[in-house]
Design a protein around this ligand. Structure first.
Ligand code: SF4
Ligand code: SF4
Length: 290
C-alpha cells in the first residue's frame, strides 16, 4: 500500500477539497484526516461508525487535599500560575510540566493523563476513513496524528492507497503526517504567502527525502505568480502535476456538502481529474524506477 500525504504550507488553499475529490476518484483506498486541529473531511465523508475511542493526550496536575499541608512550595514553583490560593489546580492554566509534583515534599501533587478528544474510524462510500475530534481547548499533537494513522490500520485489507490529509504549516503535526509516506502532494495557490509557504513545505519533504509533487489551485487568479511557482518547481525538479482554475461551483458544492466532482459543469472538477491521471502515472513511474 502506498501512503500519500496531502499537504499545504498554508491554510485555505483547497487541500481538503482536493483530498475529498481524490478519495472519490481513487479505487481501493483509505483516508485519514490528520489535520487534527481543524478537521473537516468528516463533513464531506459520512458513513458507518466502526470504532470510536477516547484519546488521552495531555497531562494535568492534581492536588490531593488530604495530603496537602498548604506549604505553598508548588505555588511558588509553578511558572504558569496554575495553582490557586486555595491550592487547587486551574485546569486551563496547567501545562502538565510536573514541577509541582517534584517540589511537593508531601506527595500531595501528582500528574494525571486526561482525555483531550476522540478518534474515529468510519466505513464510508469512499472507503475507510479515520479522524479525530479534539475537546474544546485541547491541543493537537504529532502523537494524535500518529494515533489517527494507527487506528485505521487493523481495518485495512485490500486498499492500495492511503491518503493522509495533513495540517497546514511545517510543525510537529505535519511531520507526523509526512513520516513514512511514499509521496506528498503539495497544494498551493498563487499568492505571495502561498508561494512562500510552499517553499517551506517543499524543504520539509526534501529534508525527509519524500518525493513531492505540486498542484496549484485557483491558478488563474494570478498568472504571474503561478508562472513564478512553476519556474521555481522546474528549477527544483518538482513536478507540477495539476493546475486547477478558480470555479465558483466549488464553493457552491461545498455549501451543499459536495465535492467539485459532483458539480455538473465544474471546470475545477475536470482539472482535478487531470491531476489524478498525472498522479497515477507519476506513482507508476516511481514504482518502476524503484
Ligand atoms: S507543595 Fe504539596 S503540600 Fe505544599 S501546597 Fe503544594 S501540594 Fe500542598
Ligand atoms: S504541572 Fe506544572 S503547570 Fe501544572 S500546576 Fe504543576 S507546576 Fe503548574
Amino acid at each position: 500500500m502506498k501512503t500519500i500525504a496531502i499537504l499545504s504550507g498554508k491554510g485555505g488553499t483547497g487541500k481538503t477539497t482536493l483530498a475529498a475529490s481524490l478519495a472519490r476518484l481513487a479505487g481501493e483506498k483509505a483516508l485519514a484526516d490528520c489535520d487534527v486541529e481543524a478537521p473537516n473531511l468528516h463533513i464531506l465523508l459520512q458513513g458507518k461508525l466502526l470504532e470510536k475511542k477516547e484519546y488521552r493526550g495531555a497531562q494535568t496536575a492534581l492536588i490531593d487535599e488530604d495530603l496537602c499541608r498548604q506549604c505553598g512550595l508548588c505555588r511558588e514553583a509553578c511558572r504558569f500560575q496554575a495553582i490557586s490560593a486555595g491550592y487547587q489546580v486551574i485546569p486551563f492554566r496547567c501545562e502538565g510540566c510536573g514541577v509541582c509534583s517534584l517540589v511537593c515534599p508531601h506527595g500531595a501533587a501528582h500528574l494525571e493523563t486526561v482525555k483531550t478528544g476522540d478518534t474515529y474510524v468510519h466505513e464510508t462510500g469512499e472507503g475507510l476513513f479515520s479522524h479525530a475530534l479534539l475537546d474544546i481547548g485541547a491541543e493537537g499533537s504529532g502523537k494524535l496524528v500518529t494515533e489517527v494513522r494507527r487506528i485505521i490500520q487493523p481495518y485495512i485489507q485490500t486498499e492500495k492507497l492511503f491518503f493522509i490529509d495533513g495540517s497546514p504549516g511545517i510543525g510537529c503535526v505535519v511531520i507526523a503526517s509526512l513520516t513514512g509516506c511514499d509521496a506528498a502532494i503539495l497544494v498551493t495557490e498563487p499568492t505571495l504567502s502561498g508561494k512562500s509557504d510552499l517553499l517551506r513545505v517543499l524543504d520539509l519533504a526534501d529534508h525527509f527525502s519524500i518525493p513531492a509533487v505540486v498542484c496549484i489551485n485557483r491558478f488563474d487568479v494570478n498568472l504571474e505568480l503561478t508562472a513564478e511557482i512553476e519556474a521555481y518547481c522546474r528549477q527544483a525538479r518538482v513536478p507540477v502535476l495539476g493546475k486547477i482554475p478558480f470555479d465558483s461551483r466549488v464553493v457552491e458544492g461545498l455549501r451543499n456538502y459536495k465535492t467539485p466532482l459532483e458539480m455538473e459543469g465544474s471546470t475545477a472538477a475536470a482539472a482535478i481529474r487531470g491531476f489524478w491521471e498525472n498522479m497515477q502515472k507519476y506513482l507508476q513511474n516511481e514504482e518502476e524506477g524503484e
